[in-house]
Design a protein. Structure first.
Length: 334
């Protein structure tokens, strides 16, 4: 497998939720361009000084001229939602009235009555939040302790769930990954052979029937290493195939893919984060061509930051957060 490492100068812009208070935090998690328009969608989470999260969607241009919409999972008859976080967005259709654009958004919410248990969700509807909210909990054999939704495109969502397992006479929490078919209301387990603690964070539609899913997994052979992976899901065959794993460097302790998109040529771009042997966090964009054997890693670093995390990408635009001496900030880069 051929590898090369690049470091490219890019334009970065700090982003804050419009009504940010002292002690609050803005996190950007997803971005999508609107075809035929200069406008983009950005998804994220705003954390108030008291620690309560609210999900939001921004629609506008890169200069910041646009509208911000709060999207929080609604309370129910026997449900008081304490927090909502949005981790991804998928544009569905436009309307002359911008407020009536239809989107899909995914993320997590917590409920007070269940000691703030974390549950994944899918939202389908307009930007005012009056659409359909669905809690995502796979109906597998093991009892699930929590879920999260991390990626969405077309009619599919990928995410993670946690179960309690017994290993060496010890009860531990193990992370697993799932694919959810929206139209069929059906869940699929994403299984990586000889692995533990699998996650699925991104999904991209390569054709009418082919989807590429990315994430990370821990190998049973070497539990000190976490690798990034790509696997194809064929909609017609209802199966996963062509699994490929990747490592940022030989010394990397962790390589995790967060999202995947077309590079608008003959390959695709993956974004993610790595941890090197000295526990330094590295953000990257990885470009893969053809059969996936050739990979180019580009490191990403917000200027004068202590660390950078990259969460979402669309075309040449990506979003995430960076840490300076004072706090965590959100950014967008082109």
């Amino acid at each position: 497998m051929e590898k090369s490492l690049l470091s490219i100068n890019r334009n970065y812009q700090k982003v804050e939720y419009p009504t940010s208070d002292v002690g609050s935090k803005t996190v950007l998690t997803g971005v999508q361009k609107i075809e035929g328009s200069e406008k983009i969608y950005i998804a994220g989470t705003y954390t108030k000084p008291d620690g309560i999260n609210s999900g939001f969607v921004y629609k506008g241009n890169l200069s910041g001229k646009g509208n911000w919409y709060i999207l929080n999972y609604p309370d129910g008859k026997d449900r008081k939602v304490s927090s909502t976080s949005i981790s991804g967005i998928n544009f569905v259709s436009a309307d002359k009235d911008e407020n009536k654009d239809v989107i899909r958004a995914i993320g997590t919410y917590t409920v007070k009555e269940s000691n703030d248990k974390v549950l994944g969700f899918l939202y389908q509807g307009t930007l005012d939040g009056t659409g359909k909210w669905t809690t995502l909990v796979p109906e597998f054999k093991r009892k699930i302790t929590e879920t999260s939704a991390r990626g969405v495109i077309g009619g599919f969502v990928v995410g993670n769930y946690k179960v309690r397992v017994i290993k060496n006479n010890e009860s531990i929490i193990s992370s697993r990954a799932f694919l959810y078919d929206i139209d069929l209301d059906k869940y699929y387990k994403i299984k990586i052979p000889h692995s533990d603690n699998t996650t699925a964070h991104g999904i991209w539609q390569g054709s009418k029937v082919s989807y590429l899913i990315c994430g990370s997994f821990q190998t049973r052979k070497d539990k000190s290493a976490i690798l990034g992976y790509i696997v194809e899901f064929n909609k017609n065959e209802m199966c996963f195939k062509q699994l490929k794993s990747y490592k940022f460097s030989e010394e990397a302790k962790l390589t995790a893919f967060n999202s995947i998109v077309s590079d608008e040529k003959d390959g695709y771009n993956l974004i993610g984060n790595a941890i090197d042997k000295d526990n330094v966090i590295i953000a990257f964009i990885a470009n893969i061509k053809g059969a996936g054997k050739d990979i180019v890693w580009e490191t990403v670093s917000y200027p004068k930051s202590e660390s950078t995390i990259i969460n979402g990408i669309c075309s040449n635009i990506f979003v995430g957060v960076y840490q300076d001496k004072n706090k965590t900030h959100a950014y967008i880069s082109t």
